[in-house]
Design a protein around this ligand. Structure first.
Ligand SMILES: [Zn+2]
Length: 522
């Protein structure tokens, strides 16, 4: 059966390759052929890239039904996506405003799916000139010489997307171009001739999409150059006026804080952006989980993975808790890359345990979430108070809060008194994140009532030991997060802190007072 399926798959791949090659080789190769094809002068001469985006989007909307307009963009169906659609239908340049890790770059890249599969241009042209209306002098001269025999080449959608991360050291030369003295000397051209221009990123994006990320970081002078190109098609390079009536869909991204700060973006440029669209973090834990599941690398070769829902929820809630925590800088935000990287580390820690203990299936546990701290702490920009406590401490606190909330989803109203009592009567159990499942399960079964309580997690005693241990450990971690039982650094679960200890804890308060006073002077 497997071999048969492989044979069919191979045949399908081969056939689609043949069709693709046949189509490519049937594409017109000269201007004369182009004129008589679907790429007629009537259709292409005045069709700008924003017309093309609009046309293809309209077709997709019409055919769409329930299919997403931008596949792979999760959680924006009712907010960001309709606004982007409107911007494209309006033929706007637009800017996405949002904190980091809100899929801004991904959305901008997804715009290439609205470009034609093949775009004809005059072969050899650095700015991919429209065969019917070239803007560069080289092409106008070529056209006069070769006329209908002028060779035609094609660009795929990906080749028509140019992306630049704005930094303060980006120059006009990077973005728009430079006078090339060698070209000038070799060709004997006047220095101000277009033929001596070494084109920058923007002209190379002609007839495509040009994306500038973190626009406010671009120097004011460069923004003026950008504006002049958008507005007039004119720009000065080293004092020489150059005319470049480019056809580019300009899209930008920025952090809203930087964007609104006075003077960060020159007003005329702001004015030229038709739409300003705000992105956001996932609104619900479920959406967050869907994004993380899509982005995290969890399907690996080797052991099969069983990823419990409650582990996914805890990881996602760490990000949600971090976004609300006042110890973490609101302005830089908490990227969706936090749960994504954390998930990868969680799976790796579980994988490491499975390999070491020769287990058949990889089942992440809550202890693996703690082991994923290195994937969490680096993504938190701490405020003063957070800095004082340290990233590790803040990270652990977030995980604990996430566990408490997730535990409540499954166990609110459940009677777990029997388990707590077992610890109160002096029971202790050590559960390191490396202990083999069979061994751990033996110990966990000694706790009265624990393995009977796995039902709400969808785990029964018929399940393999790896799953049972993960679920039972989640209950213990939940009780610990709610301070009903204690747990040491060495992962020994034992009775919770007694009253006298709580009183002793109170005596720490005076220590904090000077710190609070200091805070006021900041
Ligand atoms: Zn050209």
């Amino acid at each position: 059966m497997g071999a048969e399926r492989a044979r069919i798959t191979a045949r399908i791949i081969l056939e689609s390759l043949i069709v693709g090659v046949a189509f490519m080789s049937s594409l017109p190769r000269t201007l004369g052929e182009l004129r008589r094809s679907i790429f007629s002068e009537e259709r292409l001469r005045t069709r700008r890239v924003k017309d093309e985006l609009r046309e293809n989007l309209t077709a997709r909307l019409r055919a769409g039904g329930d299919a997403p307009v931008f596949p792979g963009i999760v959680g924006y169906d009712d907010t960001v996506v309709p606004q982007i659609i409107n911007a494209i239908l309006s033929r706007h340049n637009f800017i996405l405003l949002g904190l980091r890790g809100q899929a801004k770059s991904r959305i901008l890249r997804a715009l290439t799916t609205l470009l034609d599969p093949h775009m004809p241009y005059l072969s050899g042209c650095e700015v991919h000139d429209n065969p019917y209306a070239p803007i560069c002098r080289r092409c106008r001269e070529e056209l006069a010489r070769l006329s209908e025999d002028s060779p035609i080449a094609y660009l795929a959608p990906d080749e028509r997307y140019v992306e630049k991360l704005a930094t303060p050291d980006v120059t006009i030369a990077d973005l728009i171009g430079d006078i090339d003295p060698i070209k000038a000397a070799r060709g004997g051209h006047e220095l101000s001739s277009e033929l001596t221009v070494h084109y920058g990123l923007l002209p190379r994006a002609n007839r495509g999409i040009f994306a500038i990320n973190e626009l406010p970081d671009l120097a004011g002078k460069i923004q003026v150059g950008l504006f002049n190109i958008m507005q007039e098609g004119d720009v000065q390079i080293k004092g020489y006026p150059i005319r470049l009536p480019l056809d580019v869909a300009l899209v930008f991204s920025a952090n809203p804080e930087d964007y609104t700060a006075r003077g960060k973006i020159i007003t005329p440029l702001k004015d030229r952006m038709g739409s300003e669209i705000r992105t956001h973090y996932p609104a619900t834990v479920e959406e967050g989980i869907a994004i993380t599941a899509q982005e995290a690398w969890t399907h690996r070769n080797g052991h099969p993975l069983h990823l419990p829902n409650y582990v996914q929820e805890v990881i996602e809630r760490v990000a949600f808790a971090a976004r609300e925590d006042k110890k973490i800088d609101k302005r830089s935000g908490v990227s969706q890359r936090l749960p994504i990287s954390a998930m990868e580390n969680v799976v790796s820690n579980a994988e490491r345990r499975a390999i070491r203990n020769d287990e058949k299936v990889v089942v992440p546990r809550i202890s693996d979430v703690y082991a994923a701290l290195p994937a969490i702490t680096g993504k938190l920009e701490l405020e003063y108070e957070g800095e004082m406590k340290g990233a590790d401490f803040v990270g652990r606190e977030l995980i604990r809060a996430a566990i408490a909330k997730t535990y409540d989803e499954y166990y609110t109203g459940s009677n777990v008194q029997q388990i707590v009592q077992w610890f109160d009567l002096g029971g202790e159990i050590q559960l390191s994140d490396s202990v083999p499942a069979v061994e751990a399960l033996e110990k966990l079964k000694g706790i009265q009532g624990l393995v009977d309580k796995l039902g709400p997690l969808g785990v029964s005693q018929k399940e393999n030991p790896e799953q049972q241990v993960s679920a039972a450990e989640f209950i213990l971690e939940g009780l610990h997060a709610h301070k009903r039982i204690g747990r040491s650094e060495e992962r020994v679960f034992r009775a919770g802190e007694k009253k006298p200890e709580a009183a002793r804890e109170k005596s720490f308060e005076p220590d904090e007072r000077p710190y609070r006073q200091r805070r006021q002077f900041n």
